[in-house]
Design a protein around this ligand. Structure first.
Ligand code: NDP
Length: 281
């Protein structure tokens, strides 16, 4: 089966980070620190934040958890971000999205010190990503590139088709692929004749959020298929790809769950370690 095992790759990355943290601790007595901020009671967000904090602890990071009520005022959240910006024990700050509607997410993301922006969503980080100089790239996109590299997928000169143009997945992964010399096409809800485009993809990345929208006839024989989608159908997690139809045609494919998901958290930890090492001792 041509499966990309995201769980296995993510574990390898986490193990390497854990070893490095032990060394850093032995050398300097200091370790990276991640602060997570969760506002409200969105159950999916609470699950994500819990697993991020758990992995932080497993890796020997300092983990600071802030769980704030749904009716938190924007000014109070800004004050917390400011406090974390100046907390020397904290290398990375993650404000879990989505935030409640009465809070301006952009304002909050812009308040995070770019040096601690481990999600890579600050406009400065985004600008650097565009220029190819990002130290902290968004986690899901960089996890995708890492998986392709570890499975020896050639990117240069290949046609990569990205379905979805969000700021957190579609656009940044397209930019990372471009920097690796792929020819990149970005598709979205107004793209005409989508199957015609997807059939030309050597590497097809789907980040839409619609179960089974990518069918077998949309995929070229031998394509590498990365399914970012997370959809809940009858209580089960499924991706954007009709796996049973596409898997026989693909040379490599990610499962859902167990593909891109675990990589996202591993790259968050990687970014926190990077941010720690880049900050003054
Ligand atoms: P968004 O809803 O922000 O973006 C979805 C994109 O899909 C939009 O650009 C939209 O186009 C496009 N789209 C919608 N319908 C179609 C269609 N019929 N054909 C082509 N494109 C279409 O989603 P996100 O990028 O935030 O997330 C995408 C998926 O990835 C979700 O399932 C999410 O849960 C998952 N995800 C998984 C992560 C992981 O770690 N595995 C991390 C982040 C997200 P338009 O812009 O025109 O509206």
């Amino acid at each position: 089966m041509p499966l990309i095992d995201g769980k296995k790759v993510a574990k390898e990355i986490r193990d390497a980070i854990g070893r490095e943290v032990e060394q850093l601790k032995a050398q300097s007595g200091k370790v990276p620190g991640l602060a997570t901020v969760l506002v409200g009671e969105d159950p999916a967000s609470a699950v994500y934040v819990r697993s991020k904090n758990k992995i932080c602890k497993e890796l020997g990071f300092i983990s600071l958890e802030h769980i704030l009520p749904q009716d938190t005022q924007e000014k109070d959240l800004l004050a917390l971000v400011e406090e974390l910006n100046s907390n020397e024990a904290i290398s990375g700050i993650l404000v879990q999205l989505p935030l409640p509607k009465h809070i301006d997410s952009i304002k909050i993301l812009e308040a995070i010190d770019p040096a601690k922006d481990v999600d890579g969503f600050h406009p400065v980080s985004m600008g650097r990503l565009m220029m190819g100089t990002a130290a902290l790239a968004p986690c899901t996109p960089s996890g995708i590139i890492e998986m392709l590299d570890r499975y020896d997928v050639e990117i240069e000169g290949k046609h990569a088709v990205v379905l979805g143009r969000s700021n957190i997945v579609g656009k940044p992964v397209a930019m990372l692929l471009l920097h690796r010399n792929a020819t990149v096409t970005i598709c979205h809800s107004r793209t005409r004749d989508l199957p015609e485009v997807t059939r030309t993809a050597d590497i097809l990345i789907t980040a839409v959020g619609k179960p089974k929208m990518v069918t077998g006839e949309m995929v070229k024989e031998g394509a590498v298929v990365i399914d970012v989608g997370i959809n809940r159908v009858d209580g089960k997690l499924v991706g954007d790809v009709a796996f049973d139809e596409v898997e026989p045609k693909a040379s490599l494919i990610t499962p859902v769950p167990g593909g891109v998901g675990p990589m996202t958290i591993a790259m968050l930890m990687q970014n926190t370690l990077k941010a720690f090492k880049a900050q003054p001792a």
